[in-house]
Unconditional design. Sequence first.
Length: 401
Amino acid sequence: MAEPLIKILADKCVGCTLCVKACPFGAISMVNRKAVIDLNKCTLCGACVEACRFNAIELKKSRDAERDLTAYQNVWVFAEQVDGQIQPVTYELLGEGRKLADQLGMKLCAVLLGAGITPKAAELVARGADIVYVVDRPELAYFRDEPYAAVLIELVRKHKPNIMLCGATTIGRSLVSRVAVSVHTGLTADCTALAIDPVSKNLLQTRPAFGGNIMATIITPNHRPQMATVRHKVMKEAVADPSRQGTILTEVVADTVLRARADRLRFVPEETVTVNLAEADIIVSGGRGLQKPENFALLEDLAKVLGAAVGASRAAVDANWIPYSHQVGQTGKTVCPKLYIACGISGQIQHLAGMSSSDVIVAINKDPEAPIFKVATYGIVGDVLTIVPLLTRKFKEVLGK
């Protein structure tokens, strides 16, 4: 049996319990006045080592951390596609990835998986990719966790990227967590900013924490690739340049890599979606102030007149008034429309984290002290059930609908 990477030196342990208090995972207990580590709970975070004043805890470097990090080169972007169409978040990642690659003196690469997808690789080159790795197989026609992750894991192990970026979308979040675990590296989710440390050259991954009250910057100093998912609409898209030249490499994978235990029987699109929430220029969102799910029909009427998407607060989603795909906020979608109309939303910090960068915010709430008014461009104090129909009627008149 391999020697554990962390252990208590019994001859030095004095039973002070400092390590017990320091362990955030409850992995240390006292037995006969000596510390004992539960290796099933321990994550090797090292908090106990720092807390111990008697050098009684020995933490060896992970075997994975002993890898030659200089062997890992280039910045990778997972090119998310749905039904053969590359998603806009990919272009945002290419724009940011270009900056990171230039700072590191590395190449910017994209990974494109799909069926009949090879012609789309040129779009990625035009947006800044120096190399596009393409896996074009019928089994990859639509996203499934297992084959997509297996292919990506194989490519990562083969080409050894330094940084790998993915959109913090439903697909991205499901995919890269599997990859990170399999290649024994870290993953920072829902990043809103990325930068390169000028000294260590590590990727600085910044994301909101504690409900958006603080911004945490996370690094992965001992493992590669450095992986992060990035929120949609927080970075600018790379500008397309059709004259750009790049390399498109077709990767061959074994049939066994493409096996999956689950298959898609059918796809039923959500009928209530008027406009794609993440791409909408105008969003009409509702919260608990709507009082019941039937009143979302008022927002849908206004959204149809304006050509807008319908959003919601977490409270409305948790109450099962509207599907999760409409949720805006810390645990939903980050949006940046030209106009955001908040109807009956109080404006908790978690919601503001997902929409406060909107160009114009109109808040409708009967509580004049609601936090949403602090970020609103315009505020209307009143009953949302009365005001929204009035707005719908007036917009119909003005827009001639």
